[in-house]
Structure formats: structure tokens, C-alpha cells
Design a binder for this molecule. Sequence first.
Ligand code: NAD
Length: 478
Amino acid sequence: MSGARWLDVRNPRTGENDYRIAVADEAEVAAAATRLRAAQPDWAARPVEQRIAVLRRWVEAVGRHGDGLLQALVTDTGRSFVSRAEIAGLGATVERWSRLAPDILAEPLQESTTPGIDYRIQLVPIPLVGAISPWNFPLTLSLIDAVPALVAGCAVLVKPSEVTPRFVAPLEAALGEVPELDSVFAFVRGDGATGAALIRHVDAVCFTGSVATGRKVAAAAAARFIPAFLELGGKDPMVILASADVKQAAETALRASVSVTGQACQSIERVYVSHAIYDEFVAELVAAAERVELNWPDIHAGHIGPLIFAKQAATIRSQLEDAVARGARIRCGGVVEEHGGGLWIRPTVVTEVDHGMALMREETFGPVIPVMPFDSVDEAVALANDSEFGLSAAVLAGTLDEAEQVGRRIEAGAVSLNDGALTSLFYEAEKDSFKSSGLGGSRMGPAGMRRFLRRRALIRQQNAPASIESVDERRGCP
Ligand code: NAD
């Protein structure tokens, strides 16, 4: 580690750099990849039940390191409830894939329409999958692709965000207690340079992060002809029809926008409301937003934590300033506050907005809710679709059928009907990212594991193979 490049890590509750990581260079990434590759064939050769049993032992080992993991994650993110939920989610993720795996990995003999020929599709795991993850859900998003890839028989190398790297040490300690898994699963710490190096040494890359970085990852993967699965940013719209229950709609819009301080790709970032209920909705929303408390000074009280990434505060400030300069009105919140060295912003409702504002076009990644009225459903759909992003969306209406009719017209990979941001809770439904929000197969549902399996068709001839005479030009038409 001597001569390593070091990175300071900021604590989001104090603003102090109280941790640092040694950045893995190309040689370290290459060495990790070589080690994992060497062990992968044995891992893939095990029956899936054995791989699952090994992963379950790791979950138990993580439990033994639970206190350290929780402390690290809480320090990384400045929030307690969500950190506990992330940790609880690990066991649930392993169990979900364990339930799905036997069906996904089955290789039945298949009949064909050609007499005498049947076939079997052998599923061949990609040897080494790389995962590059962001800072907003450090644990969940570093493992969301790793678990199905490991169950499928791949080895996995993860490069978590340099903004929130503390949680990695307790996970590694738990890995050390399960040597079978340790040989095929590893983390490398570092920034974008380490991520770029990782792409040079893996056979497929799963990337979760911004559109700007996603473009670089896609180009690097294309240059190597390896698959890239990109889960990128969003500017998710919520459409609220005149028939919706106004109070409920305000509560739902608030929760779906400001949970986790709006630092989620599936956060609602634009709300379009029927003129018929607009004034009432805005009043309810502002009243509900003003009841939201920061989890400061007590991390165990309040609803939202600090901004994890200090640079995000500048983005939020600049989008709000631009909107106000163009005529927007801030109804509540709107100020980045400093408490104890950390940066915080209360739920911010903004009206008199239009699509000329960066606030309505670019990802905000904060607890900001711009609200715009519409006259007709066609106008609402056009506004929702007027975006470079197409990650997810939401529609609220008096009935699910009415909501679904509108939801079917929205250019997004997942639409929550009579709720918002359901993709944060529900992983079973396959979905694609539309437009600039991503590329590659669905991470959700069974496709999330199938992405890591190449198909080898084993085509079986039961009859005597044809001879060269079968293509003799003197033969008539077949
Ligand atoms: P980011 O793009 O800045 O960084 C993501 C990761 O990429 C980090 O680990 C970083 O070190 C790495 N990286 C940076 N440059 C790289 C390069 N040239 N090559 C390889 N790796 C490189 O994103 P962020 O700020 O950490 O995360 C926030 C973004 O993530 C938001 O846009 C959010 O919407 C998106 N996100 C998407 C999803 C989803 O499922 N679609 C989920 C969570 C977050």
C-alpha cells in the first residue's frame, strides 16, 4: 500500500474528513480480477444449492459484524433507519434470488419442430462481473447486482463509491469468515480511475450512477465488446388527476419526493396536478412538507438526513436560484442549512415553474418538489414525457383503471399507480430504463439474473447426419 494515492472521506453529519481510503490502482484491480477468475470455475461447477448455502453463511457472518456495519453505514450516510433497512435487505435479497434461482438455472431438454432434433440450452455464467456503485444507498446498490451474479455462478468485483466507502471494511471482515465466497467476491476501493480500471479487467459491467459517467462506462465497455448494464439518473414525474383524493395525493407526493432527502434515483422530482385540484393540493402539500423534521441533532428522531454529497448542495442551490430568477415561487424550504458542519435542506415546494427551468429538466437529487398545473390529460402526458430521462413515474387517480390508462402512455420503465416510487420497495417486476436513464436488461425480476448467463445451445441430432449428397446440385428442390 506504500506509494498509494489516498482519498479523504467527508462525514455528512459533521462536514469533517474523518476517514480515508487508499485508491486501488490498475495493478491491484488486475490482481483482484486474476484471483477471482482463478476460483470462478469451481464456484460455477457447484450445484446452485451449495452456492446459496455459502451466501447464507455470509449473511450470518455479516450479522456477526452487524454493529460495525451499521455504525459504518450510519456514518457514511448520516441516517439510521435507512441504514438498518439496507442491512436487513441483504438477507432478503439472498433469499429472493435463492427462491428464483432453481427455475432460472434449469436446463430442460427442449423439443424442436425439426424431426430428429432436440436441444438443451446450457446457461454459462459470465466469468467475472464488475459492479460500480453510487453513494446514495451504499450497501444496497453495491450488492444489488452482485448477489444474483454470484448465485448464477459468476465471480464479482465491486467498486463502491468513494463518497461512502466505510461500510466495505465490515463486509470484507464477514467475507474473511467464508473462504469459499471470499475467493470469488471482492471489493476494490477508489474513485473514477479505479472504476475505469475495473472495466478493463471484467467480462461485464453493472453500473449504477449518473448519466454523464454512464456514457463513459458505455463507451469503455463497447471498446472491449463487453456487456454494460447501466442504471442511471431520473427526473421522475408524478401525474395527479382531478379524481384523486387530494390529501392522500399530497402525502404520497411528499413521501415519494423527500424520503432519503430526495437522494434516490426513483424520487419524484416533478409533480403535474389537474387545475381542478391544484390550489387545494399545493396547500395540503406545503402543510405536510412543513411537518417534516430533520434527523438533527438526534439521528434517531426526524424524517430526513443530511445531504450525503456536499457537491449536491451546490446543484440544488443553483437549480432553485435559476428557477426563482425565471419566476418560480418557493412555498416552503428552499435554503441549504448548516447544522454541526453537515448540510441539510427541508422539503421544498416550488410553484410557478415551467420546462425552461433546470429544476424541471435536470436531476435535482434533493427534497425539492416543483408543482405545475395542467388542463387536460393529454397535456399532462406531454409534460411528463418532455424529458431526456425515462426511469420511472407515478400516476394518482380516483381508480386504478384510470391511473393505468394514463400510466400506459408515460415513457418510463416503471410506473407506480396510486402510489409513488414503488420500485424502491418492489423488485419482482421486470422493467427497462427508457431514454437516457439506462441501457441493458432489466435488473428487476428473473431477468436480473438471466443477464449474467450466456446461452450455449446444445443441438442434438437423433438421426444419422446428412451426407454431402444432400447438397448435390443435381438434386431437385428440397
Ligand atoms: P457517479 O456517476 O458520479 O458515480 C458512480 C460511480 O461511478 C462511483 O463509484 C464513481 O467512483 C464511479 N466512476 C466515476 N467515474 C468513472 C469512470 N470514468 N469509469 C468508471 N467508474 C467511474 O454517480 P453518483 O453521484 O455516485 O450517484 C448518483 C447518481 O446515481 C444519480 O444520477 C442517480 O440517479 C444515479 N442512481 C441511479 C440508480 C438506478 O437504479 N437507476 C440508483 C441509484 C443512483
